[in-house]
Design a protein around this ligand. Structure first.
Ligand SMILES: [Zn+2]
Length: 429
């Protein structure tokens, strides 16, 4: 029979054993799972046992805490939403910090507190992704299009998703490499903006970013640039034929000038005036062509296949004023006559020279005298596109006619008149 004393000793022994077990053998049973609610995350390398899942929101997570004796606690991902705690001393309690990282590099810190010493309680630390507070993704593939005289459209790709969508898009513009300024806010899911009131020929560049009030601005899209252009001119093709210079033919020679040189310079200046409109300008020759013949002029025109061709000449015979020649007997004849009329009108008006008239190519007293390809036609007849010839002024005009000084000193003004006539012609269709 046990005495009371024996019973007491037995009880004491059990208590001591239990206490020893509790203190001396922290084990898996000590692990206190920490529930991480909210977005499941992938942990970083510091938590190498916790190769977790990736879900929307966080891309990286680290969990730190200290036990009561300031010993570092490590946390092991147990799958699902729980992390277990391993510690050398189960007497732990205190703060736990979760440092989470978003895909865009932003971080979020979640803190919790394990309130009491425990062996088996489960503590939940909630760390919910604030991805709705992230800025939208940057738009991409910005590009200009629908280019007109004073407007063009800028389009982009909307890359925002359902959880960090944009509230609007902000379009920024700069011109001539100036500074950026916002020109338009367009609503969410809009991917196009037509910018109006622009100046033709000026280079405008655009970039776009998305915005939401919770997360702020996205990054910028790529930069895209364009020039407002007249669609009736932009992309059109014009060939200019500087008269003469083929073989040994200098054209008319008078007053120290050769026609082939005058016409080449006027052609070059005309080209420079047309190109800013987006017109592709070719010349039948860019210098003397001693080994070629006049027929190469129309062959080259046909090779370029332009929308129109203009032959530039200077007249001779002692007169004054400007005149033109147009083709007859072709499907392009009426257009040729129209182009010829615009050329002589503009030269006459802008230079203040008398207009002598527009003549059919087979007019023996005017154009046909220059024929080399047949008595009733001149070489522009063999140009397949609409073609006309302008006799700018007389290289051998008698004083006080202004022709000679104009051909010597105002070739740029002839070029302006000729380019204006070409532009007027192209715009009329
Ligand atoms: Zn000529």
């Amino acid at each position: 029979m046990k005495t009371l004393t024996q019973r007491a000793w037995t009880m004491l022994a059990l208590v001591v054993l239990t206490a020893l077990l509790m203190v001396g053998t922290p084990s898996a049973a000590d692990a206190a799972p920490i529930g991480i609610s909210g977005q499941q995350v992938q942990v970083n390398a510091a938590n190498r046992n916790a190769q977790g899942k990736t879900l929307p929101g966080f891309v990286e997570l680290s969990v730190t805490g200290n036990n009561q004796k300031n010993q570092r606690v490590t946390w092991t991902w147990r799958g699902g939403a729980s992390y277990s705690v391993t510690t050398t001393n189960w007497w732990w309690k205190g703060g736990v910090t979760i440092q989470a990282k978003y895909a865009n590099g932003a971080t979020k810190t979640c803190s919790g507190n394990v309130p009491t010493v425990s062996l088996s309680n489960t503590y939940a630390i909630t760390c919910t992704s604030d991805i709705a507070n992230l800025p939208p993704n940057a738009p991409s593939s910005a590009r200009v299009g629908d280019i007109l005289i004073n407007s063009m459209a800028v389009s982009w790709n909307d890359n925002t998703g359902a959880i960090n969508g944009e509230q609007d898009f902000r379009v920024e513009r700069r011109s001539n490499n100036g500074s950026w300024s916002q020109v338009k806010i367009v609503p969410a899911n809009t991917t196009r903006f037509v910018d109006t009131g622009l100046t033709m020929g000026t280079v405008y560049c655009y970039r776009v970013r998305a915005y939401n009030s919770a997360g702020g601005y996205s990054g910028y899209s790529n930069e895209t640039c364009g020039k407002p252009m007249d669609p009736k001119l932009n992309g059109k093709k014009v060939t200019l034929d500087p008269g003469h210079g083929w073989g040994v033919d200098p054209g008319a020679v008078a007053n120290g000038m050769k026609e082939k040189d005058i016409t080449l310079e006027i052609a070059r200046l005309t080209k420079a005036r047309l190109e800013p409109y987006g017109i592709q300008v070719s010349l039948t020759r860019n210098g003397d062509e001693p080994s070629l013949t006049l027929s190469d002029a129309w062959r080259r025109v046909n090779g370029y296949n332009p929308n129109l061709a203009v032959a530039i000449h200077a007249n001779a015979g002692g007169g004054t004023g400007t005149e033109s020649c147009y083709v007859v007997g072709k499907s392009t004849s009426s257009q040729s006559q129209k182009l010829a009329g615009l050329l002589s009108n503009e030269v006459s008006r802008q230079m203040g020279l008398p207009k002598r008239g527009d003549f059919p190519e087979n007019d023996a007293s005017r154009c046909a005298r220059k024929s080399v390809t047949g008595w009733n036609k001149i070489y522009i007849h063999d140009m397949e596109p609409v073609a006309a010839l302008i006799e700018t002024a007389f290289i051998d005009a008698k004083s006080p006619a202004p022709d000679v000084s104009m051909l010597r000193n105002r070739r740029g003004d002839f070029a302006k008149a000729i380019s204006d006539a070409i532009i007027a012609y192209l715009r009329s269709y």
